[in-house]
Design a protein around this ligand. Structure first.
Ligand code: 5GP
Ligand code: MN
Length: 321
């Protein structure tokens, strides 16, 4: 069980450490990457030696983020000794991949906003009302003895905007918009950032054509699923945006994407309007938020789909949200 700490206690922990490893979660998204890179630049301004790590490939979509080239991906057997290990935007330790096993650090801090957080780190700064970890990091940077730069602002804007669907999702609060507004004061351009993030490769659109044909409805039309079979799966093709299509169908409460990343490993993404999908994801050792969650099921896609649909249909029957 973690000791839950405040902004000021987090600041003290960071100030005491001279060497720090910041970890982004596997399946890295805009929030974990932007939050990590902004915090890295801030801590470097304070004279600390900071390494950003991720145990996964980063989608080329994020190539424009300042500092993205500095990520280190450790190999099995690597050893790093630092004063503090900070895990960013990851609700469970498995999301850090092999990194914790490669790092020798006297303290571990987790900065997160997931309601499903499993309290795995020694210290936890959790704000489950924040739309993005980027919002939490911005509040921290304002307390540190540093100057916030345009590159930090770009990273934090990407973190916030991507996790709240460009201010469309139910997690968007007045504070989310105030945070974004503050970041605009540093001269960032939301249109340029959105273009960089939303531009699709032809390969993505070609795969989308196939995937849209797989849309199927369950639970009297309240569930819509899409599938990326192992045959169609290509690691280099970005499919993160595909879930938006079933999500925006009239009458659909829960949209689910099944992706056969291996013949017997299926990645699941869920989006919902009322059902708490973080609970469903947790039941499959995943996690996330009430309205956006995911998990990995170690079964071929058809079996994984059957098991998940069973849980979802039960969830919809018993939910009265
Ligand atoms: P996505 O569907 O975009 O991959 O993830 C939606 C949300 O659920 C994100 O906040 C993400 O961090 C979380 N999430 C997705 N997959 C997993 C998982 O396997 N484990 C945990 N703990 N969280 C997940
Ligand atoms: Mn996040």
């Amino acid at each position: 069980m973690s000791t839950q700490i405040s902004l000021q206690e987090t600041r003290q922990l960071l100030e005491k450490a001279n060497t720090i490893i910041l970890v982004s979660h596997i399946g890295p998204d805009g929030d974990t990457l932007g939050s990590t890179l902004a915090l890295k630049e801030a801590l470097e301004q304070m004279g600390k030696k900071v390494t950003a790590m991720v145990d996964d490939n980063i989608s080329s979509t994020y190539n424009f983020l300042p500092g993205i080239g500095s990520y280190v991906t450790p190999k099995e057997g690597d050893k790093f000794k630092v004063d503090l290990l900070v895990i960013i935007d990851a609700s469970s330790l498995d999301r850090a991949g092999i990194i914790p096993s490669c790092v020798d650090a006297p303290h571990m801090l987790n900065i997160d906003h997931h309601i499903s957080n499993t309290h795995y780190a020694e210290y936890l700064w959790l704000d489950d009302k924040a739309a993005a970890t980027g919002e939490i990091i911005l509040s921290l940077l304002k307390e540190l003895p540093i100057t916030i730069t345009k590159s930090m602002a770009i990273c934090l804007y990407v973190a916030i905007a991507t996790d709240c669907g460009y201010f469309k999702y139910s997690n968007t609060t007045a504070q989310t918009m105030r945070s974004a507004a503050e970041l605009l004061e540093y001269g960032i351009e939301p249109n340029t950032i959105s273009d960089a993030l939303e531009l699709k490769s032809k390969a993505t659109i070609n795969l989308l054509k196939i995937v849209l044909n797989t849309i199927t409805y369950y639970g009297n039309g309240r569930i819509a699923t899409i599938e990326i079979t192992h045959e169609n799966y290509d690691e280099s093709v970005d499919t993160d945006s595909f879930i938006y299509y079933p999500r925006y169908i009239e009458g659909v409460d829960v949209a689910v994407s099944f992706k056969a990343v291996e013949s017997k490993v299926t990645r699941v993404s869920m989006r919902s309007r009322s059902l708490d999908v973080s609970k469903i994801a947790l039941a499959f050792n995943g996690g996330g938020h009430k309205r956006a969650a995911g998990c990995t099921i170690y079964l071929p896609l058809p079996q994984a789909k059957e098991k998940l649909l069973e849980a979802l249909e039960k969830g919809l029957e018993t939910s009265h949200d």
